[in-house]
Design a protein around this ligand. Sequence first.
Ligand code: TYM
Length: 320
Amino acid sequence: MRILSGIQPSGRLHVGNYFGMMEPAVRLQDEGEAFYFIADYHSLTTVHDPEELRRNVRDVAIDFLACGLDPARATFFRQSDVPEVTELSWLLSTVTPMGFLNRCHSYKDKTDRGLEATHGLFAYPVLMAADILIYDSNVVPVGEDQKQHLEVTRDIATKFNNRYGEVFTIPEPRIRDDKAKVPGLDGQKMSKSYGNIIEIFGDEKPTRKKIMSIVTDSTPVEAPKDPGGSIIIDLYRLVAGAGEVAAMEAEFRAGGVGYGDFKKRLFEALWEHFRPMRERREELLAAPDHVEGVLRDGAGRARAAARATLDRARTACGIS
Ligand code: TYM
């Protein structure tokens, strides 16, 4: 089984990225042949400072390795080290009806937020389809927000196969039931573009401050509180055991404890959860050559796999 996923280097990684994609991706390393990559071509649609992009790529590589990506078990690479994917993207675009892309929410969301309506932003899902199809991927672990992109990928692959024969494997998304839509500080989906993220590897003081700023209602300390729909409880559930969550819920209902105390408990639990990864990250920060070597090795393996699929697709459609 081939497992594949990607992450954009468009800023610091956050708790939503971790629980929605990185943690399941790390777990899946043992279940098949895993390919994970840093989607720098995709980030060009939003990051326009070359130095910032290079720095982000380095940071994401270090952070993902710190979070447990094991280069001995998974192939880890930069998307742009396999330029074959852009050629496949073109071949796919010739079978992609405009309607597939017109219905994608993420383009509308991004342009509504003021991003320039470029062709790259519009064609983003085609490049993503190429990422997935070029590695004959069976399973793609992602958060809820990528579900529609996976549907488009499946539709594009089916279109191509119907026109030219069985060239592509049809991939399946792997979306967790419970952690695929992690809320941010304001209760919307955690996302860099909403300014509501908790970084995985932020410094202690600013992280604590962010958690203390989680939005709550104005129920006074003494009064009972509703644990249903509380952002504090939803985040606590990611890092605390079932017993600890039940205890916090009971304290919410009983009253007598303020939101500030619950937030402190959430901070402690999150900080502890990521402690071993923080320590591993310190080691990686001191070994930039090792990290670069991992990406270079990964690119070699990924490129060989990509080349074989691209050749198959080229031959099928009459380019050779
Ligand atoms: P990106 O970089 O926005 O996010 C990386 C992964 O994190 C997940 N995620 C979340 N999960 C739960 N709760 C959240 N609040 C949350 N925020 C982000 C995302 O669902 C994603 O799985 N288009 C992709 C990158 C990509 C890709 C691919 C993914 C490019 N090519 C091929 C899979 C396969 C993206 O922008 O993810």
